[in-house]
Design a protein around this ligand. Structure first.
Ligand code: AMP
Length: 217
């Protein structure tokens, strides 16, 4: 299957993507994770991306689209993938359509995670992520780790993303509304969108997502 996951920052895309990719046996491709890996490795691409990310803005398309395409061309993604955080504007969606067309394949679904805005800000401000694996996500009050600063799953160090401060979150939300939300209409025109409420327990949201994806086949 080829799936795009959309939703505002803090909707739980990374968490859901990890479970869904495992259930569906396809790779989870997160452009945010790819950028963060480039930043920690000190690559030129990471240097170009960092200032935009810290400001809560989108990294320019000429950097992002090439990086996403390279990842989608890796052997593990030939049979399908779950995209998390890409595309994030209509021109990226058009570039993705072009790339898929060249490969003679199509998307199966666009899964839209819906969360109320006030919930998003609360979720992100308390979010702590494991340095070893970005799908190990905790929250200082909603799902606190047993030991402060330590991942329950693997013992890794928990940290707060540089772009998870309240001011940057508000900017990221504004960018989501103005630039990313229009891709939902773009994909509605292709009859690909399934929307699910993303509130509730992680497992419940995963079940809802699997049911929606299977129903859409
Ligand atoms: P995420 O981890 O998906 O929340 O992404 C974190 C940040 O990485 C975003 O706020 C953007 O600055 C940047 N980013 C991730 N994906 C994209 C994309 N498809 N286009 C442009 N910027 C992106």
């Amino acid at each position: 299957m080829r799936i795009v996951l959309v939703g505002p920052p803090g909707a739980g895309k990374g968490t859901q993507a990890a479970y869904l990719a495992k259930n569906l046996a396809i790779p989870h491709i997160s452009t945010g994770d790819l950028f963060r890996a480039n930043i920690s490795q000190g690559t030129d691409l990471g240097k170009k991306a960092k200032a935009f990310m810290d400001a809560g803005e989108l990294v320019p398309d000429e950097v992002t689209i090439g990086m996403a395409r390279d990842r989608m061309n890796q052997p593990d993604a030939i049979g399908g993938f779950l995209l998390d955080g890409f595309p994030r504007n209509v021109s990226q969606a058009e570039a993705l359509d072009e790339a898929l067309k060249e490969d003679g394949v199509t998307l199966d679904a666009v899964l839209d995670l819906e969360v109320p805005e006030e919930e998003v800000v609360k979720r992100i401000a308390g979010r702590r992520i494991c340095r070893n694996d970005s799908s190990h996500v905790f929250h200082v009050s909603y799902s606190a780790p047993k030991q402060e600063g330590v991942c329950d799953v693997c013992g890794g160090e928990l940290y707060q993303r540089d772009d998870d401060s309240e001011a940057t979150v508000r900017k990221r939300l504004e960018v989501y509304h103005t630039q990313t939300e229009p891709i939902i209409d773009y994909y509605k025109a292709q009859d690909l969108v399934v929307t699910i409420p993303a509130l509730g327990k992680v497992e419940e949201v995963t079940e809802r997502a699997m049911a929606a994806l299977q129903g859409g086949e």
